[in-house]
Design a binder for this molecule. Structure first.
Ligand SMILES: [Zn+2]
Length: 95
């Protein structure tokens, strides 16, 4: 079994439910209203932003304010299931 598949089904179910609740919160609406993608720092309209887990739920991440960020669709597609450490590593390889 791959280590990144170690998050249990119970964890994923619980955190996805929490994300659903968080998505309706005033806090999240304020994040979307600010319109800034966490990754590329460009400004988008709220409907262009999605909720992204910095540490993916599938890798044990949680649905809380410290781990959930607004993310544009392009960054979301590029990021997929990578962790912040892996993204940083890719940036290093590029330069
Ligand atoms: Zn972006």
């Amino acid at each position: 079994m791959d280590w990144y598949e170690s998050a249990s089904e119970k964890h994923k179910k619980k955190e996805r439910e929490k994300a659903r609740v968080l998505r309706k919160s005033q806090w999240w609406k304020a994040q979307l209203a600010s319109g800034v993608c966490y990754y590329c720092a460009q400004i988008f309209s709220p409907e262009e932003l999605t909720m992204d887990h910095k540490i993916p739920v599938a890798r044990g991440g949680r649905s809380n304010k410290g781990n959930v960020v607004p993310c544009c669709k392009q960054c979301n597609t590029e990021k997929r299931h990578k962790t912040p450490a892996e993204l940083a590593l890719e940036e290093l390889k590029k330069s």
